[in-house]
Design a protein around this ligand. Structure first.
Ligand code: 5GP
Ligand code: ZN
Length: 113
């Protein structure tokens, strides 16, 4: 999608601190980290949010989860981490391209506020 920040990062048009990428999935460090490890994991395909998911996105979603599991293992987040997606304004979604926050390296309260 032409005007989407995360499409541009995935395409290499805007610099991103990319930690993993393949043909379907890109993972990069959040520009404003909320934890010692804060990685955004996205499908390359432009999907606005979880609310827009369709059955045909199943494979790509599984790939996103598999990448998250691998990154968490690589980072040795053995004592736990958060894996979060925000949907819509009440949740604070600020970029309308489906993304999952992998947050680790500290303890989290619930709810975070
Ligand atoms: P949301 O609030 O939509 O769930 O999360 C969007 C995230 O994208 C925020 O945590 C924000 O810090 C991050 N972000 C916004 N702009 C950029 C950017 O240009 N580069 C990177 N790496 N992260 C960004
Ligand atoms: Zn996009």
């Amino acid at each position: 999608m032409a005007d989407c920040l995360f499409c541009k990062i995935a395409a290499g048009e805007i610099p991103g601190d990319i930690v993993y990428q393949d043909q379907d999935v890109v993972a990069f460090n959040d520009i404003h980290p909320q934890a010692p490890h804060h990685i955004l994991i996205i499908p390359r395909a432009h999907i606005a949010s979880m609310a827009e998911l369709k059955p045909e996105h199943g494979d790509i979603l599984m790939k996103v989860f598999t990448v998250a599991n691998q990154l968490a293992r690589d980072l040795k987040l053995d004592s736990g981490y958060r894996f979060v997606t925000n949907i819509g304004p009440d949740a604070g979604q600020s970029v309308n391209h489906l993304h999952f926050h992998l947050l680790g390296g500290r303890q989290f309260g619930w709810p975070p506020g």
